[in-house]
Design a protein around this ligand. Structure first.
Ligand SMILES: [Zn+2]
Length: 577
C-alpha cells in the first residue's frame, strides 16, 4: 500500500497515543474492506478481493510479498503463545504462570490438547514482568518486521481468565493493595480491611471458600473490586503496548484485538483499540440465522470502532461437521448489511471439547462471490451509516449483569425490522460517557434500567428531549413505525443506511432452510418507505443490486417499492433527485 495513505489514515491516531483524552479515531477499516483472518496465498487474496489481513502472524518477506497491497496486521497472542514464551525463557518461565487460589498453575481451557516439550499450555500472567517483557518484545519485532498494525489475541490477558478463578499470583495479590488504598475508607473497613498494604486476597478467598462450602470465589464479597482491578490493569497494559508499537514505528500504529463483544466486559480497553477483529458467536447449531451478531455490530458502532468479525470455534466446528456453507453466506450478508464485515472464511479455527483444535477450509466458490460483490460495489457501502428508527440506551453495568436480556430485547427489535442504534453508558471498567450528540439525534428513545447509569449519564438522560420516550421494549415495538416497513410477514431483515442525499436498504433473506443449505427465494417483496426520514424525499426510483444478478431499476410509487425476486441478499440504492 502507498505510505502516504498510511500516514493520512493513521494520522488521527496520533492524538490518541499522545493525548490524555480519547478522540474517536478515523476508522482504520472502510465498510467495503475485505478482511482476511490468516495469511493466504496471493491467488486466494485476489479471488476474494482481500484488502486487509487482520491476524497475520509475524510478517516475513514472503508473507509481505503475498499480501502486497493489503493492510497487514501482525498478530500476537496473550494466551496462545506458551511454546514460544517457553523457548524465550526456558529456565524462568514458571515465574510468570498464573496461579489459582491454591497457588497452582492452570491450563488455558481451550488449549488443553496442546503441550510444549511435555509441558501443558499454562495460562501466563500479564502482570508478571517476565511475561510482559515477552509480549513487549513480540510487539517490537512485529512492528519492525513491517506490519502496518498489531492484532492482539486474548487481549484481556490475565483478566480474560478471571471466570476461571485467577490470577492469584504474588504480584496480582500485591498490586491489589494500591487499588484498595484508592477506595473510600469505609468501603475498605466495611469489608474488614484495616491495612490494605498487607491484605492477602488469595488467603482471604481460600479461607472463605473453606468456611463456605459450595460457594465460588466469584461470590466473595470483594470479588467485584477484584474484577474491576484486574480489568483496569488489562486496559492499562493494552495502552502501554499501543504506545510501544507507535514508539517503535515512529508513527501511530493501529491496534486491533479479539474482543468478543457479546462475552462480558470486552470493551474494557476499547480506547486503545482502532478496530475489533473478533470472535462473535453465531449459533450455527440452531441451523438458522441469528440476530445476535447484529448486537455486536451495534455495540461496535456505539464506541465508534469497526468490527471485523468471525464466528466462534464451536460455530466453525459445526459448519465443518454438518457442511453448511449456506449458513455462513447469511453471516457474510448480515455483517456487510450492518456496516461491518465477516472476515473471509477461507481457513477457520474450529474447536470442540472432544476434537480440540481443527480447521475448516471454506469453499471459495460459495464465499468469494459475496466478497467480490462488496468490492465491485464499494460505493454502496462506504460513507453510509445506520439509519436508526430507535435509540436504545443502556449502561455497561446492565450489560455486565444481564447481557442475554439485552441481546434478546435487541433481537425482538431486529425481528420487527425496527432499526436500532445503541447508546452505551460506561461503568467502572468501560470508560464511556453517553454521547450527547447521539441523545440529541434520538427522536425515539428506549432507556433500559435507568438506575444503572452514572450520575452524569442519568442527568443527560433526564435532560434529553426525544419526541417519544419508552420504558419497555413492548412499548417501543407497539409504537415505533420503521422507516422501511415490510408489507406482509416475510422472513426478511432490512437494514436502511444513509448518507447525505442517498440511502441504501440492505435486504437479507432470513428464510434459511437446512434442506438445501440455502434460502427460499422471496417473490414480490413490497416495502413501504418513509422517504423523508431516509433523507431522500424526492426519490422516484430505486436501483436493485444483488450478487450474481443484473442490476435493475424499480419505480418508487406512493412511497412503495416492490422487489420482484430476492435471493439471499439485495441492496436497494435510492438517491435524492
Ligand atoms: Zn497474576
Amino acid at each position: 500500500m502507498g505510505s502516504m495513505k498510511t500516514v493520512a489514515i493513521f494520522g488521527l491516531g496520533l492524538l490518541q497515543v499522545q493525548g490524555a483524552g480519547s478522540p474517536a479515531p478515523l476508522p482504520v477499516l472502510k465498510r467495503s474492506d475485505v478482511v482476511f483472518m490468516y495469511q493466504a496465498s496471493r491467488q486466494t487474496y485476489e479471488d476474494y478481493g482481500a484488502t486487509v489481513l487482520a491476524w497475520g502472524g509475524k510478517p516475513t518477506a514472503k508473507s509481505l510479498e503475498d499480501a502486497k497491497g493489503l493492510k497487514f496486521f501482525g498478530s500476537i497472542g496473550m494466551v496462545t503463545e506458551f511454546s514460544r514464551f517457553h523457548e524465550r525463557f526456558p529456565q524462568d518461565y514458571e515465574q510468570a504462570v498464573c496461579r489459582d487460589v491454591e497457588g497452582k498453575p492452570y491450563k488455558v481451557p481451550w488449549l488443553t490438547d496442546h503441550q510444549h516439550k511435555g509441558i501443558p499450555f499454562w495460562w501466563c500472567c500479564t502482570r508478571q514482568p517476565l511475561f510482559r517483557q515477552y509480549l513487549s518484545e513480540r510487539v517490537v519485532e512485529t512492528v519492525k518486521a513491517g506490519a502496518d498494525g498489531v492484532h492482539i489475541d486474548d487481549h484481556l490477558g490475565t483478566a480474560g481468565g478471571i471466570w476461571e478463578g485467577g490470577c492469584f499470583c504474588d504480584r496480582c495479590v500485591a498490586e491489589f493493595h494500591d487499588y484498595l488504598k484508592s477506595l473510600p475508607q469505609d468501603e475498605c473497613g466495611g469489608n474488614g480491611i484495616h491495612d490494605p498494604g498487607s491484605f492477602n486476597y488469595r488467603e482471604v478467598v481460600r479461607d472463605w471458600l473453606k468456611e463456605n462450602a459450595g460457594k465460588k470465589a466469584t461470590q466473595h464479597p470483594l470479588w467485584n473490586h477484584w474484577r474491576i482491578y484486574q480489568l483496569r490493569s488489562a486496559a492499562q497494559f493494552m495502552a502501554e503496548l499501543r504506545a510501544l508499537a507507535a514508539q517503535t514505528a515512529g508513527h501511530p500504529v493501529p491496534v486491533g484485538a479479539n474482543a468478543g463483544l457479546l462475552w462480558g466486559p470486552h470493551l474494557a480497553d476499547y480506547q486503545s483499540l482502532d478496530l475489533f477483529s473478533a470472535e462473535i458467536p453465531h449459533h450455527a447449531e440452531a441451523r438458522r440465522f441469528s440476530d445476535d451478531p447484529l448486537v455486536a455490530y451495534r455495540l461496535a458502532d456505539a464506541v465508534g470502532r469497526p468490527l471485523a468479525s468471525t464466528a466462534s470455534g464451536g460455530d466453525w466446528a459445526f459448519i465443518k461437521e454438518q457442511n453448511l456453507p449456506g449458513l455462513v453466506q447469511g453471516w457474510i450478508a448480515l455483517s456487510y448489511a450492518a456496516g461491518h464485515g465477516l472476515m473471509a472464511p477461507n481457513r477457520q479455527w474450529c474447536h470442540t471439547p472432544q476434537k480440540g483444535t481443527h480447521w475448516y477450509e471454506g469453499p471459495k466458490e460459495k464465499f468469494a462471490p459475496l466478497y467480490r460483490f462488496v468490492r465491485q460495489n464499494a460505493a454502496l457501502f462506504d460513507g453510509y451509516d445506520n439509519h436508526a428508527d430507535l435509540t436504545v440506551a443502556f449502561s455497561q453495568r446492565t450489560f455486565d449483569r444481564a447481557a442475554n436480556k439485552i441481546i434478546n430485547l435487541c433481537n425482538q427489535l431486529a425481528a420487527a425490522n425496527i432499526s436500532y442504534r445503541l447508546a452505551l453508558g460506561g461503568n467502572e471498567v468501560v470508560d464511556h460517557a453517553l454521547p450527547v450528540e447521539v441523545l440529541r439525534q434520538a427522536t425515539k428513545l428506549l432507556v433500559l434500567e435507568a438506575q444503572d447509569f452514572s450520575a452524569t449519564d442519568q442527568q443527560l438522560l433526564a435532560a434529553a428531549k426525544p419526541a417519544q420516550r419508552f420504558d419497555s421494549v413492548e412499548q417501543a415495538l407497539a409504537e415505533v413505525v420503521p422507516a422501511v416497513r415490510v408489507e406482509a410477514a416475510r422472513p426478511l431483515r432490512v437494514f436502511p443506511r444513509m448518507k447525505p442525499g442517498a440511502a441504501v436498504i440492505h435486504l437479507v433473506n432470513w428464510g434459511y432452510r437446512t434442506t438445501g443449505d440455502n434460502v427460499a427465494p422471496l417473490k414480490d417483496v413490497r416495502l413501504k418507505l418513509n422517504l423523508a426520514a431516509l433523507g431522500i424525499a424526492s426519490a422516484t426510483e430505486a436501483r436493485l443490486l444483488a450478487p450474481g444478478v443484473t442490476p435493475a431499476t424499480l419505480p418508487v410509487q406512493q412511497a412503495s417499492v416492490v422487489v420482484p425476486e430476492l435471493g439471499l441478499w439485495g441492496v436497494l440504492e435510492l438517491r435524492q433527485k
